[in-house]
Ligand binder design. Structure first.
Ligand SMILES: [Fe+2]
Ligand SMILES: [Fe+2]
Length: 370
């Protein structure tokens, strides 16, 4: 093993922690860190007051698609699945196995996070348009979470979703923040899954787990969920102007930076698919930024050299922070505080980079054409 590879493994271990038992897997799903997916709750009365009339035509077409439910039979394993698991999984190195488990657990937590949020909104409102939408989206996310959990169960690492729902902390977000954050996470979810699917379509020999064969139809669900939030935001134009543009910028950068740092803790996973983490993340940023022109009047400049430098810096700081934590003691605490301040500073630099402006298109919806 080369020095740089062994350093990378150390970082991975420091940042993701190893999962050896179902208890570890469940503990990992419950834990809230800066990088891990969270559970959200919101102001249900405000959700109830939403009026989507100004986008009614596009809304009704979208609701027909949900009703048609073209993925109702998709989340079932085929005969080949178990066979592929049996032959491919023993071939993973222990480090790769940890990264893949981390990927499955964080993906499951974020799918389930959507499921809970949409379900809670559905239960707590009467607004027929939003209630119907939340019912459909919760249906989809519950299938997605269940499907990933089956793959964790193959490793005897199934997550107890009922327990997770009861024990994980919830973060309160005003509806507008839910819209910005959830829109981005749905579209980024689409971009991530389609980028992986296309790559493995070109290189089937690099498909080290059968679950990736499901990603194409799966990510169309995520795409449609994102479309729903795009329509909601476009129906409330005040969310897309004035001081809210500063919030939008903040959310885009927070979501991008979290993904970038997180993905750079899993170099082997991307390598196994024939990607470098950086290359994969920029492809995901590019797709997400392109799609987001349907709703956000501002766009961050992902090709700005300082943007790239700051993203790299955040990865370094995250590693330094994990090393300081490992070290412990007073010095460890001081070092952690220093890296935290530097991370805030770096994020501030990202925030003040120039942004691009977009004129919003008359027709909101776009097709998942990537
Ligand atoms: Fe999902
Ligand atoms: Fe989704």
């Amino acid at each position: 093993m080369t020095t740089s590879a062994s350093l990378e493994f150390d970082h991975v271990e420091l940042l993701i922690g190893s999962v050896e038992s179902a208890a570890d897997a469940n503990a990992k799903a419950v834990r809230n860190t800066v990088l891990s997916p969270r559970f959200y709750t919101t102001d249900f009365a405000a959700m109830d007051r939403l009026n989507i009339e100004s986008v009614r035509t596009e809304w009704d077409v979208m609701m027909k698609e949900y009703e048609g439910d073209n993925n109702h039979d998709h989340f079932q394993r085929d005969a080949l699945f178990a066979e592929e698991v049996k032959t491919l999984m023993p071939q993973l190195s222990p480090e790769m196995r940890q990264e893949f488990l981390d990927f499955l657990i964080s993906s499951l937590t974020s799918e389930f996070s959507g499921c809970i949020l949409y379900n809670e909104i559905r239960k707590n409102i009467d607004n027929p348009d939003i209630k119907q939408l939340m019912t459909y989206m919760a249906r989809d996310e519950s299938r997605h979470a269940g499907f990933i959990n089956q793959s964790l169960k193959d490793f005897d690492l199934g997550i107890d979703l009922g327990q997770l729902k009861r024990t994980k902390a919830y973060t309160f977000f005003k509806p507008k923040f839910i819209f910005y954050a959830t829109y981005l996470s749905e579209k980024i979810g689409y971009a991530r899954y389609i980028t992986i699917f296309r790559q493995l379509e070109r290189h089937p020999d690099k498909r080290f787990h059968p679950i990736f064969r499901w990603f194409e139809r799966w990510c169309n669900d995520e795409f449609r969920h994102g479309e729903s939030f795009a329509l909601i935001m476009r129906s409330q134009p005040e969310l897309l102007r004035g001081v809210n543009l500063l919030w939008i910028r903040f959310f885009i950068l927070a979501v991008y930076a979290t993904m970038y740092v997180r993905d750079h803790t899993r170099p082997l996973l991307h390598e196994a698919m024939g990607f470098k983490s950086t290359e994969y993340d920029y492809e995901v940023f590019r797709i997400t930024s392109e799609i987001a022109r349907q709703v956000f009047p501002v766009e961050v400049d992902i090709d700005h050299p300082n943007f790239r430098a700051c993203m790299e810096r955040l990865v370094e700081l995250s590693i330094a922070n994990a090393q300081a934590k490992e070290r412990g003691g007073l010095l460890g605490t001081l070092l952690r505080a220093t890296t935290a301040v530097q991370a805030v500073w770096t994020f501030g630099r990202l925030y003040f980079l120039p942004v691009k402006r977009n004129d919003l298109p008359a027709q909101v919806r776009v097709q998942p054409a990537w």
